[in-house]
Design a protein. Structure first.
Lengths: 193, 193
DNA sequence: TATCTTTGTGAGCGAATACTCACTTACTTT
DNA sequence: AAAGTAAGTGAGTATTCGCTCACAAAGATA
């Protein structure tokens, strides 16, 4: 699971290409150009293109997991909720090319292994969001009018669409600002009155 | 804008391939195989692959627009909301291969024209959803605690994620049943108490 | 009957794709 | 100093891609 510096560089370059030019743009030739070396050199660091994508998904999953694990503890559900999404918006705001993490859907067809990696990424996000929402419901901060699962899907769906909009508008608007509005709206909607 | 029978067949076949095998699966060879004739025959009906995709997006946009326009009028916002999403779930339940309409994102990189077509599709959906939500807020049926725009995004995001789940699970669960739950949950959340 | 139009075919073209291989070069280890 | 290793190169491979073209069969039109 360890990764060399060059491998990380390749992962970053691949993410950049994916975000800028989509799946069809991610070719070995383009990747080589982005890295300023030859195509064959890439195969010194990864055995196949699929391996690069898998390593990327894995890196993203671990990265997200780590960031969400290290959020401040011992706060109330609302603050936790806020912190979690602020962290997400903050990260993607700085690392726009990693939105692939949210839109990995586009890679869905490539291979079985990649599909599994996408599932894993989704599971990581769920792992953090679900208990947070459930806890909030228990403490009567979030509404119990609908089930935890449904509430989680409303929140996750809204987040995903927000990121989609950002990408569609070519990262032109301020994600943090717009994200904060989204957080407020969602909280207004799901908090008990 | 008129479309021949063969062209429609090609659009259907293309949608099937896209849904089953993703963007990378949509090749002229695969399309020809699905149609049971030669590759060159395809070019009797469309001048390029891009044209096929554009025609597909156009067909989908018109199709959705028509279906949502013909919904029963003169009902209250809640019933309208319910009817609108029931119609959507019902349609996709019968025509699973057309989920491309919801996940056209994967095509995003292909070309400028295709990007415009994706935007148009999004606009069509918005055209129907936005006034419905706004009307509901005006009539004090839907909450005014957050703006119409934000409310629309919550609803659309949740819908998209629902469809995403359905696709991820290989269309195995009952979309209509699960969709009804989603409608109930959303209404519970956005209705004034 | 003769001609035109429509819709199919198969062969093949140029470009792009992922990947391989023999090779250099530079640094580390012995 | 000698040998091994890590990391680059350029040329080349087989395959696949979208697409073109000369041609054929069949039905509509003159």
């Amino acid at each position: 699971m360890e990764i060399t510096l060059r491998q990380l560089e390749l992962i970053e370059a691949a993410s950049k290409i994916l975000t800028k030019s989509g799946t069809s743009g991610l070719t070995i030739k383009n990747l080589a150009r982005e890295m300023n070396f030859s195509e064959s050199a890439i195969y010194r660091h990864f055995s196949s293109k699929e391996d690069i994508i898998l390593a990327m998904m894995d890196y993203l999953a671990e990265n997200i997991d780590e960031r969400l694990t290290n959020l401040p503890k011992n706060t109330n559900p609302e603050e936790k909720f806020r912190a979690m999404f602020e962290e997400q918006f903050n990260f993607f705001s700085k690392n726009g090319h990693y939105v692939v993490a949210v839109f990995s859907d586009g890679l869905m067809d490539e291979s079985l292994k990649i599909n599994e990696a996408i599932m894993k990424l989704l599971a990581v996000k769920m792992k953090h969001l679900f208990p947070l929402i459930a806890d909030g419901q228990e403490k009567n901060v979030f509404t119990k009018a609908i089930s935890t699962e449904e509430l989680v899907y409303v929140v996750m769906g809204t987040f995903k669409l927000q990121m989609y909009k950002w990408r569609l508008f070519n990262f032109e608007f301020d994600l943090k600002e717009s994200g904060n509005k989204m957080i407020d709206s969602l909280l207004t909607l799901i908090k008990t009155k």
